[in-house]
Design a protein around this ligand. Structure first.
Ligand code: TXA
Ligand code: MG
Length: 353
């Protein structure tokens, strides 16, 4: 698909929902068009989840392989039964605790969900976002909105509307700019179709939080390693992802070793006339000699790191950086999601120093 559609961008505050604009956006989706909108995790690219043609349009607009299934977004619990064939009792408990919010559940799909939406799978991913603009839009659009992150395939997910427009202007009918997102990383995905619940993508809702509701939760073995010899169970996780244009490497080790190694590398790259970038923390950022230095915040403020990461990855593109070195972060709690995204963005290139 070329750049053919005229894109209108509208601004809306979560505290002041503009009913007229929401109705207009809902009508676009009902009639088969696409609307990008804010959620609490990242911006989504929405189409009618029950219309196979809408899902095809989403794949085309994103430049995404069509075997990579979409998440169906609902606004109300009552909307769920139409989508699914089986409702394990875990669903109610998880929904009670985490919906609306950044949790996606994988369930057996009903006949109403087209295979175009699920990338050919017999299962469907369902999420009820917390953002009020998102929920009003879903209701106005008929209740079922398929929405991947609103980036061109492979790029970091957008956490501000400017990056949605950079990737999708001319490819969607409307962009709703609802300001900065709250969380900054995509939802946690949990598969409820096998004996034990399995986390397919870590997110703001951690394994520990899930285990407070479900007795035991496993984690897909492909999440933190490059090649565990197994295909990931969330098809999307196999693709190169979140990658900035510059070549990104994670440097792990004691702080002094990391800063010394990165600075030596930056000098070396500069001699080769490469533009260098560093992802550091408030504690270390002043020590680096790279052309572009970005701090994700304090090392122990995981919530803030999650919120900053994708924006910073995009900023290196804005700054035309060729080579990027990132510090490594704790991978417990939300850190698990942060490191999962960073490892993917780096194509699993890690140097231990
Ligand atoms: O926070 C989010 O989840 C955001 C916002 C917009 O809601 N959406 C999002 O969608 O991240 P997307 O398409 O970028 O990522 C969806 C992931 C992909 O990795 C896909 O493979 C996986 O969910 N997925 C979707 N349906 C699945 C299914 N039936 N079985 C396994 N994995 C599935
Ligand atoms: Mg995505």
């Amino acid at each position: 698909m070329g750049s053919t559609v005229e894109t209108i961008t509208v601004r809306m505050d979560e505290g002041h929902i503009d009913r007229g604009l929401i109705r207009e956006a809902g009508d676009i989706i009902r009639s088969g068009g696409l609307v990008a909108f804010p959620t609490e995790t990242v911006y989504g690219l929405g189409g009618n989840a029950l219309n196979p043609l809408s899902s095809e349009k989403i794949y085309a607009a994103k430049g995404r392989p069509s075997d990579n299934p979409l998440i169906v977004h609902i606004a109300d619990r009552e909307a769920l039964p139409l989508l699914v064939d089986e409702m394990p009792d875990t669903v109610g408990r998880l929904a009670e605790r985490f919906w609306p919010g950044p949790l996606t559940m994988i369930l057996k799909k009903s006949d109403r969900v087209p295979y175009e939406t699920t990338g050919g799978l017999d299962t469907v991913a369902v999420r009820m976002p917390a953002n009020r603009i998102a929920r009003e839009l879903i209701r106005a659009a008929g209740g079922y909105v398929a929405a991947p992150s609103a980036n061109r395939s492979g790029r970091p997910s957008p956490t501000v509307a400017r990056y949605v427009s950079e990737d999708l202007a001319g490819r969607v009918e409307m962009i709703i700019d609802g300001g900065d997102v709250l969380i900054g990383l995509e939802s946690t995905i949990v598969d409820l179709t096998s004996d034990k619940p399995v986390i397919l993508r870590p997110g703001y809702i951690t394994r520990q939080m899930l285990e407070e509701v479900l007795a035991e939760v496993e984690e897909d073995s492909t999440l933190m390693r490059e090649d565990s010899g197994q295909a990931p169970r969330a098809p999307g996780m196999k693709y190169r992802h979140y990658a900035p244009q510059g070549d990104l490497t994670i440097i792990s080790g004691m702080e002094e070793n990391v800063t010394a190694y990165i600075n030596a590398k930056c000098m070396e790259q500069k001699r080769m006339h490469k533009r260098t970038g560093v992802i550091g923390t408030d504690e270390t950022i002043g020590k680096y000699c790279a052309d572009v230095c970005r701090s994700v915040g304090c090392r122990d403020d995981e919530v803030r790191i999650a919120r900053e990461l994708f924006r910073i990855l995009r900023e290196f593109d804005d700054e035309c950086v060729d080579v990027i070195y990132a510090e490594s972060f704790s991978d417990s709690g939300i850190g698990r999601a942060i490191m999962n995204r960073l490892l993917k963005a780096a194509g699993h290139k890690v140097v231990n120093v």
